[in-house]
Design a protein around this ligand. Structure first.
Ligand SMILES: Nc1ncnc2c1ncn2[C@@H]1O[C@H](COP(=O)(O)OP(=O)(O)O)[C@@H](O)[C@H]1O
Ligand SMILES: [Mg+2]
Length: 354
């Protein structure tokens, strides 16, 4: 159902995104070596990726880089190699896997189920080279790929090498922290390994108002719940075109909450989630939170925000240092920079910091 709160997996659960889905599928089918899928949190990147991979005839594996990082505190080559080989094992006939893996340093398979185990010293490029040499195209999708930066391995270089040399392998990378992913890939930096590499970039936007309303209408129709137009309008006023929030609102109503209860519960849940997501930045410096609070409370110009933060801290802040704070908030997706100054792209993030 449209209001299923988990990332969607099947086309019939995905509302619209026609254009983005066909762009992604086309890239996969044409063997574009690198696709980058961007958008702030909860716009449906993982869902779109799942559906595109599900609908495509090309075999693939998906890696959740954020999850690997949160489990291990870094993203080592052995963890990626293991997920990739397990995905390969699922996708291709077993005999072929045995053949593919034979002799790769640090990789063992055993048992009837062909359990893969990968030792620390494994070399991921060797694994990719071997998969490539077996023929048969294979897509490696890395969700929240900005987390690849937490590694001693140089993954941007590895991806650059793979896109040049390995014709059967292609990469799809998604990122919520758009600036971080872009800095990590450095596709536009002449000094970097990926500079000038052919790639396709797909950027997810918030739904337009009419789409948000239509999404809610269709979702309620699907679960047979009659909801007044005024309530739909109010929900969209509060949640904007962020499909993740609209989905949770719909799900709360599905569970039996009234309009107000559903919105209230959503705001409470969202706040907890947002605060916990923000905690890693806050650990770096409490100034990030103060700056975000200033913007949430109506300060938008660089100078105004700085003055508000100085007032809270009770001391002057160096200009360059403060610019770094705002730039980082933009890179992490908490702020957007427009002609009118800085703003918060997600109404519930704004609310959480008010
Ligand atoms: N096009 C869509 N149609 C219906 N639900 C969607 C759509 N895109 C995302 N969702 C829902 O929104 C929430 C966030 O989606 P997700 O794919 O996890 O976003 P992201 O990966 O960008 O953070 C999930 O509950 C998902 O089910
Ligand atoms: Mg996601």
């Amino acid at each position: 159902m449209l209001f299923n709160p988990k990332p969607k997996k099947k086309r019939n659960e995905l509302y619209d995104r026609e254009e983005e889905l066909s762009a992604l599928k086309r890239s996969i089918e044409k063997g574009v070596p690198l696709v980058v899928l961007l958008g702030i949190r909860r716009l449906g990147k993982s869902s779109l990726l799942n559906v595109a991979l599900d609908e495509s005839p090309i075999k693939s594996v998906k890696i959740d880089a954020r999850r690997v990082y949160s489990q291990l505190g870094s993203v080592p080559q052995s963890a990626l190699a293991e997920v990739i080989l397990k995905g390969y094992l699922k996708a291709f006939p077993k005999e072929r896997i045995r053949e593919a893996i034979k002799g790769i340093r640090g990789v063992r398979i055993a048992g009837v189920g062909l359990e893969v185990s990968v030792a620390k010293g494994v070399n991921l490029s060797e694994v990719l080279e071997r998969i490539n040499s077996m023929g048969g195209r294979f897509v490696i999708a890395v969700d929240e790929a900005q987390y690849l930066r937490f590694s001693s391995a140089r993954y941007a270089e590895l991806i650059a090498w793979s896109t040049d040399e390995l014709e059967n392998i292609s990469f799809i990378l998604t990122g919520s922290e758009i600036g971080l992913l872009e800095d990590f890939l450095r596709i536009h930096d002449p000094e970097s390994a990926l500079f000038g590499r052919a790639h396709v970039k797909i950027k997810l936007k918030r739904f337009e108002r009419h789409q948000s309303l239509d999404f809610l209408r269709k979702g309620f129709e699907e679960i047979g719940l009659e909801v007044r137009d005024g309530e739909l309008g109010e929900a969209v006023d509060e949640l904007d075109g962020i499909v993740g929030w609209l989905t949770l609102y719909g799900y709360n109503r599905y569970l039996g909450l009234s309009h107000w209860e559903a919105l209230k519960k959503l705001k409470g849940d969202a706040k907890r989630l947002i605060v916990s997501e923000f905690s890693k930045l806050k650990e770096l410096s409490p100034r990030y939170e103060l700056a975000l609070k200033a913007v949430a409370n109506g300060r938008h110009r660089w100078r105004e925000i700085k003055e508000a933060v100085e007032l809270l801290e009770g001391k002057k802040i160096d200009d360059k240092n403060f610019s770094n704070v705002l730039n980082n908030l933009v890179r992490y997706g908490y702020l957007e920079k427009t002609v009118g100054g800085y703003s918060i792209p997600d109404p519930l993030v704004e609310l959480a910091f008010k």
